[in-house]
Write a protein that binds this ligand. Structure first.
Ligand SMILES: O=C(O)CCC(=O)C(=O)O
Length: 220
């Protein structure tokens, strides 16, 4: 697991691994109103447990405020000190046994062509519950490197997890991802920065309830 404390070391670790874990980035008091808004959106969750708010103006108030202040500061201090970051939306993602059980398949965000890539972008992923390999925590494959790998795109209805874009099933990369992934268990308030090119996905949820909020940022 990649997690370091001072900014320079964090930046270096992020550049090497393509993602970064920031343990205890938020207190229980800070995440309570965020969790309340995500819980209130439960009936709006779509296949795979996603509720996407885009553009940022659609975010409920506490999630919007957090994304534009604390979330932005967390990303900024590691990736873009002095640059003007813009939040362009966010998603709540729930994994739990039943309808939202299937894990997010391995993918690279940059291979997701819906996202316009002329700007720098990254996702922040804030744990609003604890999560481990049995409850759907994230998993990363930095050993696959950062070239864009073969992906397929399917219709949302045909995607087992509702996530439409993923490493081509049966490809060498997909097989390697299944062998070499690193699981990242989290506690509520832990935050991760997810780079555009690192292969990542999540475990399926066999037990418990994994809840995360993931705002997306861009900068010049
Ligand atoms: O939370 C998850 O299961 C996956 C999140 C993710 O991979 C993404 O949004 O790119």
């Amino acid at each position: 697991m990649v997690m370091y404390c001072d900014t320079a070391t964090r930046k270096k670790a992020y550049e090497e691994a393509g993602y970064l874990v920031m343990p205890a980035a938020c207190t229980a008091d800070e995440i309570a109103p965020l969790r309340a808004e995500v819980d209130a959106a439960h009936s709006e969750l779509e296949k795979g447990g996603y509720r996407i708010w885009s553009p940022v103006t659609e975010l409920p108030p506490a999630l919007k405020l957090w994304s534009e202040t604390r979330g932005k500061a967390l990303v900024s201090q590691v990736l873009s000190p002095g640059k003007k970051l813009k939040c362009i939306g966010g998603a709540a993602i729930l994994k739990t046994p039943g309808d939202f059980q299937v894990g997010t398949p391995f993918h690279q965000d940059e291979a997701f062509k819906k996202i316009e890539m002329s700007k720098n972008k990254c996702a922040l992923w804030l744990a609003l519950s604890e999560a481990d390999a049995r409850s759907g925590c994230l998993r990363f494959v930095p050993s696959l490197g950062y070239d864009i790998l073969p992906h397929v795109r399917v219709a949302r209805e045909e995607a087992p997890s509702g996530f439409e874009n993923f490493l081509t099933p049966g490809s060498e990369a997909d097989a390697k991802a299944e062998r070499h992934f690193v699981s990242v268990p989290v506690e509520p308030g832990d935050a991760l920065i997810i780079g555009r090119r690192v292969v990542h996905g999540s475990h399926s949820a066999i037990e418990g309830e994994r809840i995360a909020f993931s705002p997306l940022y861009e900068w010049d």
